[in-house]
Design a protein around this ligand. Sequence first.
Ligand code: HEC
Length: 108
Amino acid sequence: MLKIFSSFFVFMILAYPQSALSADIAAGEARYKETCINCHGPAGKGAGSFPKVSGKEISYTTDKLEAYRKGIKQGSNSFLMFPMAKPLTDEEIANLAAYLEGAKYNVE
Ligand code: HEC
C-alpha cells in the first residue's frame, strides 16, 4: 500500500512542473494589480485592443512573458509589453501565470 502511495506521489511530482507547484496565486494577483490591470483590465479579461490574458495555460503565459522579457517580438504591439515584462523575475512570471490561468471576471 505504501509502495503504491509513494509511486503515485512521485508521479505527481514529475507530472507537474516545479513552477506550478510553488507558484503563489495571491502574489500573482497582487502583482497583476500593480501594472498589468491598467491595460489588460480586471482579472485579465482584456480591454479594447489589449488582449485577454486570463484562462490560458500556465505554460502559454510563461512562454509569452519570457519572450517579452527577452525582447522577442510576438505580435505587432509587443513594444508595449517589453518594458512591462523586463523587470519580472522568474518567480513573478510563475505567480502571474498561475493567477491568470484561473482568473475570472465577474460583473457584480
Ligand atoms: C501598456 C499596456 C500594457 C501593460 C501595462 C501590460 N500589457 Fe500585456 N500586452 C499588451 C499588449 C498591447 C499586448 C499584445 C502585444 C503584442 O502584440 O505582442 C500584450 C500581450 C500580453 C500577453 C500575451 C497575450 C497573448 O495571448 O498573446 C500576456 C501574457 C501579457 N500581455 C501579460 C501581461 C502582464 C502579466 C502584465 C503585467 C506585468 C502586462 N501584460 C502589462 C499591453 C500591456
